[in-house]
Ligand binder design. Structure first.
Ligand code: MSP
Length: 507
């Protein structure tokens, strides 16, 4: 069986990670964990894009060799993955030999086929974007958009890849593979781009201008250009792993869809005789406090600091709950705290806290078995089945934010149920049937809690493990089985009560 292969973009190694990097890794991780729980064999790749002018410049600014510079940056990105509990199976760095070998092989193959040629190139070049620009990239007043930084005109000899030969093929490919770009509305942008004739792609830089790259196998005076090197990471990482390629999903931000991932990448593969990836999952961008994130202005969130302060699950929850995949979102501490307090602390945390508390107070610390069920208990069970089915269907469509909303509504429904039943009163009552009702109530709360955290596991893996242990629940061999309402907790030993999401200490 083919592995379900999912990747993130590889981040530029010219600075420490920011919230956008964290989001993409968390989103990809949620998909990977969800698919694993659904029974797929998953291979999850992330990594770093370590060559290119920006890295060379950043290293020079620090007065160190680029190799040392990227080694330091790699430590930060790996730390980010560990902190965020990213379950990647591999981490590729484009300076690794396994990657460079594949890049050189493919370049040689394309050169031998006549798909790469040398020509003189004159044009406007943006060092910040590492890209030659075209007239259509200018602002209406003829200036260059700020995004490009300093733009200079240069003339030089370079190698070019015959993109244009594959334009018709790509248009047809997009039209016949409707799920190649998700969300689907982003496909329009790609087809619009392909409405104009494609320019062949400049794939090299003279070595005298850019040292820090992979030399072309057929001309060592040149190194590959950033995209030709970077995009191939997805393939080089699994070139020796039978049954993994093609990628099922490349998860990327909207800025690198057109042209790199939607145009260059499928054409590079087609020309090399390699199957194209199955889908690109394109997410939107985070702003912070309504403005572009920027280290220099201080409008910046360090995801590692944030995790140290609030925990990985809280940040993961917020990022996935707040952003609808594909749309942009804004991050603010105020909005984070509002969700943290109302959804995590008051709804989920409170449910866990009162459930364990009541079991310890009134049932000797063991989850009782449910006795007679009445209408309230049945409603909760029915609403569980509907919640689970809806959340799984939504997750399958990458609507994780809505899946979380359903899960939290279910947790809130159990809290309401607990308030109606008031086990704290039943525990003290001497009414006939009171004891039985108390046991049923505690059993329902415990089972509801067990289920909701199991459903949240792709987004909040630590909370799922912690609550499972607190309820004394056995680990299940299948997620499907774990998500069935049952009586597996009957008699299990509950832990001491716990505060899952403590109130943050405010200065
Ligand atoms: N190195 C290239 C990608 C090569 S993939 C073969 C690159 N690196 S990046 O560090 O600039 O961006 C990495 C990913 O982070 C991209 O998918 C990008 O869209 C994403 N994000 C960067 N800033 C972001 C936000 N503000 N919000 C959400 N994601 C953003 O591009």
């Amino acid at each position: 069986m083919k592995e379900f292969f999912i990747t993130t973009a590889i981040d530029y190694a010219n600075g420490t990670p920011h919230l956008g990097h964290a989001y993409e890794k968390v989103l990809t991780d949620v998909v990977a964990r969800f698919r694993r729980l659904m029974g797929d064999r998953v291979w999850f790749l992330t990594g770093l894009d370590e060559h290119g002018q920006k890295v060379q410049q950043s290293a020079r600014a620090r007065g160190i060799e680029p190799g040392r510079f990227v080694d330091e940056i790699a430590v930060h990105f790996k730390e980010l993955c560990a902190k965020l509990e990213i379950s990647n199976d591999d981490f590729i760095r484009t300076t690794e030999e396994r990657h460079k070998r594949v890049v050189r092989d493919i370049l040689q193959r394309l050169f031998d086929k006549g798909e790469i040629y040398k020509a003189e190139y004159k044009g406007y070049y943006s060092a910040r974007q590492e890209q030659f620009l075209q007239e259509k990239d200018r602002n209406p007043d003829k200036t260059w958009p700020e995004l490009f930084g300093e733009v200079v005109e240069i003339t030089e000899e370079n190698y070019f890849f015959k993109l244009r030969n594959y334009q018709e093929w790509l248009v047809e490919y997009l039209q016949t593979n409707e799920n190649f770009i998700l969300p689907r509305y982003r496909q329009k942008q790609v087809l619009e781009f392909l409405g104009e004739p494609l320019n062949d792609l400049c794939i090299s830089r003279p070595r005298e201008r850019l040292e820090w790259g992979i030399p072309l196998p057929f001309d060592e005076e040149f190194v590959t250009y950033v995209w030709f090197d970077a995009l191939l990471n997805y393939y080089s990482a699994v070139a020796n792993r039978p049954g993994t390629w093609p990628a099922d999903f490349h998860v990327i931000g909207k800025d690198i869809l057109v042209p790199p991932h939607a145009v260059y990448w499928p054409i590079m593969l087609k020309a090399s005789g390699i199957e194209p990836p199955r889908s690109l999952l394109v997410h939107g961008w985070w702003s912070i406090n309504g403005a572009k994130m920027s280290k220099s202005t201080g409008n910046f969130v360090d995801p590692v600091d944030f995790v140290n302060q609030y925990g990985a699950d809280a940040l993961r929850y917020f990022l996935i709950r707040e952003m609808s995949v594909g749309q942009d979102s804004d991050f603010s501490l105020q909005q984070f705290m509002s969700r943290y307090q109302s959804e995590l602390a008051n709804t989920l945390g409170n449910l866990a806290n009162r459930t364990l508390n009541m079991i310890n107070r009134f049932a000797g610390g063991h989850v009782p078995a449910a006795g007679v069920l009445d209408v309230l208990d049945r409603e909760i069970r029915d609403s569980w089945n509907a919640t689970r089915d809806a959340a799984i269907a939504l997750n399958s469509e990458f609507q994780f934010h809505l899946g979380l909303e359903h899960a939290m509504q279910f947790a809130a429904a159990i809290n309401r149920y607990a308030e109606q039943r008031a086990p704290w009163k039943l525990g003290k009552s001497s009414e006939p049937g009171g004891q039985q009702l108390l046991e049923t109530t505690l059993a329902t709360m415990a089972e509801g809690l067990r289920l909701v955290v199991a459903l949240l596991a792709p987004v909040m893996p630590s909370t799922a493990v912690r609550v499972r242990a607190l309820l004394g629940a056995a680990e299940s061999s299948s997620w499907k089985g774990e998500l069935e309402w049952g009586s597996t907790l009957d008699g299990s030993k509950a832990g001491e009560t716990a505060i899952l999401f403590p109130r943050p200490v405010t200065a």
